[in-house]
Write a protein that binds this ligand. Structure first.
Ligand code: AMP
Ligand code: GLY
Length: 422
């Protein structure tokens, strides 16, 4: 039996822990720092997940065989590097590969050099050329921080004045601090979006896509209001049949992995291609270097094989990655606190968790803590309800039935996740 440490403490990490524990190879799973949901089945250690040497030390202390580094900032900070430097296996790229997510300018340059289809762009440190480039574009205008900004650094607007204001507030450091002092301006693309998570073992030809998913980033029904950390997801995606997945692999993922390798980067972990299916074919919106959140909560319940074995093989660079998925669809709904994402109200007792988790429904915790026998809300996004069903519609009905069972004052969720999809 092997031992695995999962680094992080959100809904995604709960889904990863759950998927590892369900694996036929049955590893012992630990989390750092984990959360109250994860603590129901795995030992959680109070270690800073962003501190490379603290995580590497913990991996030594626990004598784990593998560390799954789950979040972007951890990877950009070099947590996987620190684990590997001690001779242990890590799932997740080193800081060199994590630049794909950590610097949009670097990512766009790599894509341009590899002829990967993506939006036309400019990268700027100064206001005058940035504003000049904006003026040359047609709406919608897209302004992004170069660096990590907790998923909030992207503005898409029809209004030139708003885009110009964003350029000023990003570059001045007011809006996102250092992350925005360099920015990327892109031409606007249109079309349905697709999240394709690809497991990589360092060899581009072995890259193995997981089932496609689609996520919902905005807080409000009909994709209105501010962007959030993710309000829901569904899988599979009817607009992305196997032929589209193969097209994305051939046109985007493979050349990207080859470009990384030609720079000496041994990429092991998940490469998450966020695609837009435009009338000119699939184009990269951006790359993430980890499982998506909440895509993990939606894709892992559909995984039919041994997730622990897949992750082990990828981390050790073994050939023959296998990923099979059940035909059942999965729909995932985020339950958030009143006031999320601006000023979430926390500290409320959650009721109905046991009644919800029945009948192909799994509840993943993101922002809860334990108070006596109760779970209490402790973060903006509190829980993810994932339900399987033979169709997207039946999975959706189950997920919403379960969401309805779970209650606390001000509990909020979107009503239109996967509505009308199939
Ligand atoms: P991100 O935080 O980079 O995932 O971006 C948030 C959302 O902004 C994406 O899911 C897209 O819907 C949108 N977006 C980003 N780049 C573009 C673009 N070039 N054209 C249109 N929409 C975009
Ligand atoms: N679902 C978007 C992300 O994980 O970045």
């Amino acid at each position: 039996m092997s031992r695995v440490l999962v680094v992080g403490g959100g809904g995604r990490e709960h889904a990863i822990v759950w998927g590892l524990q369900r694996s036929p190879s049955a590893p012992d799973v630990f989390a750092a720092p984990g959360n109250a949901g994860i603590a129901q089945t795995a030992l959680c250690m109070p270690v800073d997940p962003h501190d490379p040497s603290a995580v590497a030390q913990l991996a030594d202390d626990l004598a784990v065989d593998l560390v799954v580094v789950a979040a972007d900032r951890q990877l950009v900070n070099g947590v996987a590097d620190a684990v590997r430097a001690r001779g242990r296996l890590a799932f997740g790229p080193n800081a060199d590969g994590a630049r794909l997510e950590g610097s949009k300018t670097w990512m766009k340059e790599l894509l341009a050099g590899a002829n990967v289809p993506t939006a036309r762009y400019g990268s700027f440190d100064d206001e005058a050329p940035a504003l000049g480039f904006l003026d040359s574009l047609a709406p919608p205008y897209v302004v992004k921080t170069d660096g990590l900004a907790e998923g909030k650094g992207v503005l898409v607007t029809e209004t030139l004045a708003d885009a110009r204001d964003a350029v000023r507030s990003y570059l001045s450091g007011q809006a996102f601090g250092h992350a925005g002092r360099r920015l990327v301006i892109e031409e606007g693309m249109t079309g349905p979006e697709l999240s394709l998570l690809v497991v990589c073992n360092g060899d581009p030809d072995d890259a193995r896509p997981l089932a496609p998913a689609q996520d919902f980033k905005r807080i409000g029904d009909g994709d209105t209001g501010p962007n959030t950390g993710g309000m829901g997801a569904y899988s599979p995606v009817p607009v992305a049949p196997q032929a589209v997945v193969e097209d994305v692999m051939a046109r985007a993922v493979l050349p990207t992995l080859q470009a990384l390798r030609s720079r000496g980067i041994d990429y092991r972990g998940v490469l998450y291609a966020q695609m837009m299916l435009t009338s000119d074919g699939p184009k990269v919106v951006e790359y993430n270097v980890r499982f998506g959140d909440p895509e993990a909560q939606c894709v892992i319940p559909r995984f039919a094989g041994d997730l622990a074995e897949l992750v082990f093989r990828a981390a050790s660079g073994e050939r023959g990655l296998d990923s099979k998925f059940v035909d059942d669809a999965c729909v995932t709904i985020a339950l958030a606190c009143e006031g999320y994402p601006v000023s979430p109200r926390t500290g409320d007792v959650i009721r109905g968790l046991e009644d919800a988790a029945v009948n192909s429904v799994t509840v993943f915790h993101a922002g809860t803590r334990r108070e006596g026998g109760d779970f209490v809300t402790s973060g903006g996004r509190v829980l993810y309800v994932s339900a399987l069903g033979s169709t997207i519609e039946s999975a959706r009905a189950r997920a919403y039935d379960a969401a309805e069972q779970i209650e606390w004052p001000g509990r909020y969720y979107r009503r239109d996740i996967a509505a009308g999809v199939g």
